[in-house]
Design a protein around this ligand. Sequence first.
Ligand code: C2E
Ligand code: CA
Ligand code: CA
Length: 817
Amino acid sequence: MDHHMEHIYGTYDLTLVIFSYIVAVVASYTVLDLVSRISTTEGKRRWIWLLFGAIAMGMGVWSMHFVGMLAFTPSVPVAYDLITVGLSMVVVIIASFIALSIVGRRQVGLKQLLSGGLLLATGISAMHYIGMAAMQIAITYKPFYFVLSIIIAIVASITALWLSFYFRTGNTNGKKLKKVISGFIMGAAVAGMHYTGMLATVFHTGDKEDHLSGVLLDQTFLAYFIAVITLVTLGFSLFGIYLSNRMASKDSEMLASEKWYKSLFENNNDGIITVDLQSQIIGFNEAMSKLTGLPGEWFQNQTIDAIAPFIVEEERKRSGEMFRKSLGGEMQSYETAIIHREGHRVDLSVMNVPVEVNGEVVGNYIIARDITEEKHSKDKIQHLAFHDELTGMPNRRMFNQVLAQKIASRSGKFAVLVIDIDRFKMINDSLGHTYGDLFLQEVSRRLGQLLAGTNVMISRMGGDEFTIVCDSGDEHRDVAALAEQMIKVISHPYRLKESDFFVTASIGIAIYPDDGEDGVQLLKNADTAMYEVKKNGKNGYHFYSSELNEQLRERIELEADLRRAIAGDQMYLYYQPQIRAGDSQMIGIEALVRWKHPTKGVVSPGAFIPIAEETGMIFELGGWVLREACRQMKEWHKSGGPLIPISVNLSSQQFHQSNLIAFIKEILDETGLEPQYLELEITESMMMDATVSTSILNELTDFGIRISLDDFGTGYSSLSYLKLLPIHKLKIDRSFVRDIAENTNDRAIVATIISMAQHLSMDVVAEGIETKEQLDILTDYDCKKIQGYYYSKPLPAIEVEEAFFVPLRALPDNKDS
Ligand code: C2E
Ligand code: CA
Ligand code: CA
């Protein structure tokens, strides 16, 4: 059946074959490059890249085939059906398009790779054989090579897609080289498919007589033409991809850094405003709205000057200046404050940073940080560091600082005053610390009020000690007047625990530079002057003088001596009888401590008891006195009486000592004295806190001990507690008795005390009776019980015994009772 058919044999143009291979390689490389572009772009641009890639790839593959076909010169001229040629090109472009869109996806699985490869292979094969069909010549195919060509197409396509997928990201040099090599391999595969396909082809003549009806082409010229055009096209494509890649990476870098900056701007905790040179606000962040309370819209179309009314008045001018400076290209940082839209103050730390573009200032960043809290705590710490927590007054540190400044400024003479509250310790001991604190606050308030508006600085040094620095005239008259005023305001009653309390103040004054050239010296000397006031009965002021220093030294010495005296045996007791006028019966006896100083002779308790109290030595001393007094009384009782009680003076500290009852019980046990023969002398001041003193007194009296209220009438305190407390005896203070003959007021007071005591069925004893006249007046008022020099001075035990007890014991009727 094919006897009239004639086989056609042709020759290959080797140059064209090589050319076709080059086209295949370049096309492959182009595709490998393209896929990465496709996979990294999105949206419309991706579609453009896809289309572009598909055309480049399709054209590349197609022109390889066509050039390869044209490289073959059949022995007879062959015409081409151009429509079919075109169709073959369209087919491969479509196939390329689909294949690329598959591998250009973000996620590519094996399934996609295989199906894409098969599709591409189908496209390429279809193109090839459609292209063959365009030859107007009879063709048959050898089945083996035909199948082989299709297998090659499939393998080549899948490999190509896999490679392109593999290469689609990254652009390192190693990858570039691999890409080139892959291009060569893929090119070989595509060319291999073609030439295998050609091997399968058998051309026939005769069947198609009209084979010249198609277009007869100048094969060689056309082949070169197509090859060159394709290569140029692909070259442009590659160049295009290259450029686009460069730009894309730059773009994405810029985009990324822009995003970074934007996020820095938008998410910043600091408020940021950007303004241009015309002060127009061109940007602001959320934090700025928060800081100011102004909504976002407010910043739009606004100049920075619109902020000004929100800046606190005192900072407005400076902030404006700073801003203008920064427009000049200088960074500024400063603190300011604004009023938030909701009305509260916000302290800001502001930085104005000029924005420079190409060396020219184009605007300004205003970066504002909220430092309200920070500032607040800083101020607070500052305040705490320089103020006293309890009273809010400046403290010692501040005082030292101000004093140092004052000295450094050489502003002339000034005075340092040290103020000490005379009975603060007693208030603190008897009312407790809470009331002690309240009391100090009240003192501070009064002093603060007195000094308000003056340039006098007052500070609290701790405890009940206040200091003042004030300018002093040459005569110190102003300073003295100030001291007097302070003493006066302090002496007004204090209402604490529903009772009125009275205190006094002792003030010592030192003058700069006469009494000291530095703070330490001035304070020390003012202190010395203050002690002088204390020594002289408190409640007053005193200027420092050099003699005072000598006295202070003595006091310090005395303190050391006293310590030794209490530990050693320099202490002893004197006893002073209490006598009933009329029958001269002894009704009691008071123990009074004496100190025989090794060099100074006998020191009176008035001189050392306060030292013992201040230094805490009173516990040891007082304990010794109690024990010795009880021992002596018991001895007298054992020696035949009389059975009278012994009175022992108690200091405030002893009275408030927590184990007082147990301590006394122990002493009574030890000495064997019955409780009813011990009488404790306490003073009104110890009764300040009725609730505390009531319970102490109740415990003492429940135990059988007697209580005597010493120095009665000097304590200012209210009399109402008298009826509440278990008190057995009142001792009218010596000061009322002293002038009783001349002073009618004193007489009236004494009369009142006596009748009150009688109403409350208390014993009343008058102290300090020295004369017959005083005695007569008192007995007239019905006060029969007397203690004083008139009957007897305090005497040593042995003398009391001989003068009073021995004669009593001799009386027969006394023995019976
Ligand atoms: P006081 O408790 O008021 O003691 C009475 C003081 O008046 C005693 O002074 C006594 O010698 C003195 N005196 C007595 N009669 C007369 C008189 O007719 N005229 C004058 N001008 N004075 C008279 P003394 O012994 O110097 O004691 C002074 C203060 O020392 C006592 O006052 C007392 O508060 C305290 N004191 C004495 N001994 C002790 C003690 O053992 N413990 C405590 N805590 N204080 C004591
Ligand atoms: Ca007494
Ligand atoms: Ca007294």
